[in-house]
Design a protein around this ligand. Structure first.
Ligand code: 2BA
Length: 109
């Protein structure tokens, strides 16, 4: 058995959980935050048999899309009297970041 950690954008999380459920996969949704942008995203945990990992990833691929986000970089160190006009830079987000881990033991009691 494997555990998939799928980090996705909030906008895609609801649709992904719905699609997984429709395909017969159970999932758990966590609210999480990215370390770089410090913005909310969602982490979806999916426990699945080894042979279904590709299928789960296909569902994630169908449900999540890439978006561009514009951010203002931090201002540089400046001397008094200098003026800084930030130029927004674009950052590509997603579709999804997926980690697949081996599950040593699984049981429901
Ligand atoms: P964030 O850490 O907020 O990163 C958001 C986006 O910023 C990333 O999109 C990437 O395009 C960019 N980015 C991240 N770190 C960067 C850096 N050091 N330099 C330049 N650009 C950087 P994604 O790659 O699609 O990642 C989306 C979210 O997935 C991340 O949000 C983070 O929450 C998670 N993630 C991605 N890679 C991870 C990893 N290796 N370990 C744990 N979480 C990861």
């Amino acid at each position: 058995m494997k555990m998939l950690f799928c980090i996705v954008q909030n906008e895609d999380a609801g649709g992904l959980v719905t699609a997984l459920t429709k395909e017969g996969y159970r999932s758990t949704r966590y609210q999480s935050h990215g370390g770089f942008l410090r913005q909310g995203n969602a982490t979806i945990l999916v426990g699945a048999p080894d042979e279904k990992v590709g299928d789960v990833i296909a569902v994630v691929r169908r449900s999540c899309r890439t978006r561009t986000q514009y951010i203002n970089p931090l201002p540089p160190m400046m001397e008094p009297g200098e003026f800084y006009m930030p130029n927004p830079v674009d950052v590509q987000l997603g579709g999804a970041t997926i980690f697949v881990l081996d599950v040593a033991h699984f049981e429901q009691v």
